[in-house]
Design a protein around this ligand. Structure first.
Ligand code: GLN
Length: 193
């Protein structure tokens, strides 16, 4: 069974390439039938408000929410992390996500000056070279609920990667820097279910 990438908006093509580079069978998800074929799902980076709107218009919002709740391995990057957070800070009026991660996430947390930057991170479960991370109008995880594991933080302690059971969310974009090890970690979550 393939791993799906929600392909409504954002950098879903980069995720498909990353998954294929890891040797996985990857498909774009735009319909319920495609969603139902997947045994794992990636929510890409992009613009969370647009992803919310399009998911609703494509009748995918509730099905994705329910799949995550019933255990579908799911991985969100940047806007994808926002879509997986139970609580969104600095969202637009009426903004909600699919949920799945008991965290509070602040949108556009780095402001204008530090709009985008790259840095090296240590990441729980990834050994060897540090993870090279691109942050693009990135969110930050401000509160972490019980049962949520912190996988990576910036030097100042701000949390940028978390995992709880079947859901992993990260504030940066490994899919744009050729960093495959976070996708490999996700594929292990998919395989172990
Ligand atoms: N700022 C975007 C949002 O709120 C996220 C940016 C990104 O995914 N690179 O959705």
């Amino acid at each position: 069974m393939p791993v799906g990438v929600l392909a409504l908006q954002g950098d879903f093509r980069e995720h498909i390439i990353a998954l294929e580079s890891c040797g996985a069978d990857a498909i774009e998800v735009k319909t319920l039938a495609e969603l139902n074929r997947c045994h794992g799902l990636i929510i890409p980076g992009g613009e969370s408000t647009v992803i919310q709107k399009l998911a609703t218009n494509y009748d995918l919002f509730e099905p994705i929410k329910n799949k995550i709740k019933s255990g579908l391995p799911t991985f969100g990057t940047c806007a994808g992390l926002i879509m997986l957070a139970e609580k969104i800070v600095d969202g637009i009026e009426g903004q909600i996500g699919f949920g799945g991660l008991d965290v509070s996430v602040r949108r556009n947390a780095f402001g204008n000056q530090l709009d985008s930057f790259e840095t090296d991170l240590s990441f729980k479960g990834i050994t060897g070279e540090p993870v090279h991370a691109a942050f693009i109008r990135a969110p930050i995880v401000e509160e972490v609920g019980p049962g949520v594991e912190v996988l990576s933080s910036l030097d100042d302690g701000r949390v940028v990667a978390v995992r709880a059971q079947n859901v992993m969310g990260i504030a940066f974009h490994p899919e744009v820097t050729g960093e495959l090890r976070v996708h490999q970690l996700f594929l292990k979550m998919v395989d172990s279910r």
